[in-house]
Design a protein around this ligand. Structure first.
Ligand code: AGP
Length: 615
């Protein structure tokens, strides 16, 4: 996710752009840049790092002008560095673009443009788009907005773009598909941004472009909006904004954590997009394919991670062993690195890390690498240390996760690891083609199923949270691939509400924790109808017999557990190995509501940090 800002009017653009970028840094902070037209020419500044780095670079430079575009980047294609930063310029230097989104077919377009003599300075898909626009503009002898329109009809993917022309200081062309773009209007001033945060202090009048729409902003004229595909004019609806700045950054949610919980249909979809192709019966994962032999011939997969990422690794253990029949060990990175582990050249070590900067995980893969293992990184931040240290990898496209308690990164990790396991299992010949195809289609349904879980349970979960917000302890139980989900649910509760909570394999309860159970102990049980359902029912009966309060995640048609439980949360059934992507969601929401009721700092819990870069 990136942030875009633009301005066209009678005020100096620079301060508006810089302030606007700072308001959007929550959307990504790998690099930042801007381009300003001073009436004669466009000057461009861009730097790796946060907006403050850009400010320093532009400090003593000429930057006057009343037309400008600016961008703060969260890298998807191309590492975070100056060259890959936006804005990007066409080969002739005439056109400048900022872009939030992913152009999926940029590879083929880039090859075609190279054959037509275009050169590229960066690794980004965005630079391909601006050169496609220039190519069409030059060939077609048409106005810029028509060239932009024609180019967008050739690309597939997501975009929110703003384009300006070195030979026209009175024009900005913007367009939207899949990524947000809003235009603020104020008596001849146009403000363009990813959300209203950058301009809500100047104007409360805003036009939210819809997918497939573009707008032409001309100095001293009204906005004109039309559809990219059919060139049909659109009468723009002007919203009167009521939100304050703080709320808008959170998209109207009270906390980043809640926003990120509700972003999961999108973040899972983005993490699968371009990789999961059920209609073509394909999984495209370049990193896995480049190291296919290593995976196919692996004696063992070792997954190293910490915290929530370690839980994602535990989920992956069940899925990899079931689908690929490769022995998997999941290690706390901090333990692995210090115990002189036995590592062989036929081992594949998968490092799972949202930040890509966790010190113990980084140290663990350096150790494994030094002993000849193949290192595969699953990170959420492009260009992060763990991603760079790995031989290969695949990124989760969850977008920046601001809340310290990890939510959307976890499900994105599980989705990507599941995709890897299905691909490797099939290519190793362990997963029959019929099963392979079934899983492709079912995994493709997960974003919609997550959406349904999110929309059907909130009130029920809030009511449960009210009952147990004062609990001092909690137990989370799950079996099989939902045992790691029990651990994750317990971690969420303890790290944001400070209630002591433990996750356990449901069968292990009898080996000790059952002594804790009394009428004050809430026990969360993941009890969907699957292979071990009857055994989980027995566990629920054991809890009930000791007056424990049961909060059960159940299948919609369940009767047995429903009868035993004090509270039930219905979650749509899917294949058991895919169920963690769904059963985790209510546990995230439950912990969120309990923490809010307890008045805890949900986004920045005490004693915690988003990235543990120290040992
Ligand atoms: C999860 O909610 C915590 N914030 C923490 O356990 C986190 O998962 C752990 O520190 C690992 O971080 P990483 O994924 O960035 O490596």
């Amino acid at each position: 996710m990136c942030g875009i800002v633009g301005y066209l009017g009678s005020k100096e653009a620079y301060p508006i752009l810089i302030k606007g970028l700072k308001r959007l840094e929550y959307r990504g902070y790998d690099s930042a840049g801007l381009a300003i037209h001073n009436g004669e020419t466009i000057r461009q500044y861009k730097r790796k790092g946060k907006v403050s780095k850009l400010e320093s670079a532009a400090e003593n430079q000429p930057k006057e002008g009343t037309l400008g575009i600016a961008h703060t980047r969260w890298a998807t294609h191309g590492e975070p560095n100056d060259v890959n930063s936006h804005p990007h310029t066409s080969t002739s230097g005439r056109f400048h673009i900022i872009h939030n989104g992913i152009i999926e077919n940029f590879d083929s377009i880039k090859e075609a443009l190279k054959k037509r003599g275009y050169s590229f300075q960066s690794d980004t898909d965005t630079e391909v788009l601006i050169n496609l626009i220039e190519d069409i503009f030059e060939e077609g002898d048409m106005p810029l907005e028509k060239a932009v329109q024609a180019a967008l009809n050739q690309v597939s993917g997501a975009y929110a773009i703003a384009v300006i022309d070195n030979e026209n200081p009175d024009l900005m062309v913007v367009a939207k598909m899949g990524s947000p773009l809003v235009v603020g209007l104020d008596n001849g001033h146009f403000y363009v941004a990813s959300d209203a945060t950058p301009f809500v202090e100047y104007t409360k009048k805003a036009v939210y472009l819809e997918d497939g729409e573009m707008a032409v902003l001309r100095r001293n004229e009204n906005i004109s909006v039309f559809t990219v595909e059919t060139d049909s004019p659109v009468e723009p609806y002007v919203h009167q904004l009521t939100l304050d700045i703080e709320q808008i950054e959170k998209g109207g949610y009270e906390h980043f954590m809640l926003k990120e919980i509700y972003e999961q249909p999108r973040s899972i979809y983005d993490s699968l997009r371009g990789r999961l192709l059920p209609e073509e019966e394909k999984i495209i994962m370049r990193g896995v394919s480049e190291y296919k032999e290593k995976f196919l011939n692996a004696d063992r997969i070792i997954i190293v991670a910490c915290g929530t990422s370690w839980h994602a690794g535990l989920v992956a253990e069940y899925i990899f062993e079931e689908m690929a029949r490769i022995p998997v060990e999941v290690e706390y990175a901090s333990e692995f690195r210090y115990r002189n582990p036995i590592i062989n050249e036929n081992d594949v070590v998968i490092a799972v890390s949202q930040s890509g900067e966790t010190a113990d995980t980084l140290a663990a893969i350096k150790l494994a690498k030094s002993k000849g293992a193949t290192i595969f990184g699953v990170c959420n931040i492009v260009g992060s240390s763990i991603a760079r240290e790995s031989h290969a990898g695949t990124f989760t496209h969850a977008g920046p996760e601001i809340g310290v308690a990890s939510t959307k990164a976890f499900t994105a990790q599980v989705a990507v690891l599941t995709l890897m396991a299905i691909k490797i299992g099939y290519e190793r010949g362990n997963l029959p083609k019929s099963e392979y195809i079934k899983y492709l289609h079912e995994l493709n349904r997960v974003p919609d199923m997550v959406e349904k879980v999110l929309t059907c349970n909130n009130d029920n979960l809030y009511a449960i949270a009210e009952k147990y917000a004062e609990a001092e302890n909690a137990l989370y139980l799950g079996r099989g691939v939902n045992f790691p989900v029990a651990l994750e649910g317990a971690l969420k509760l303890k790290e944001i509400s400070y209630i002591h909570a433990e996750g356990y394999p449901a069968a292990e309860m009898k080996h000790g924790p059952i002594a804790l159970i009394d009428e004050n102990m809430p026990v969360v049980i993941i009890a969907q109808k699957n292979a071990n359902y009857e055994k989980v029912v027995s566990n629920a009966q054991e809890v009930k017999a000791r007056k424990g309060k049961i909060i059960a995640i159940i299948s919609p048609d369940d009767t047995e557990v429903r009868r035993l439980a004090d509270h039930t949360i219905e979650v749509e059934e899917t294949y058991e190995l895919l169920s963690p992507l769904l059963t985790t969601i209510p546990l995230q929401i439950l912990s969120y509501h309990i923490a809010v009721i307890r008045g805890c700092n949900v986004d920045q819990p005490r004693n915690l940090a988003k990235s543990v870069t120290v040992e």
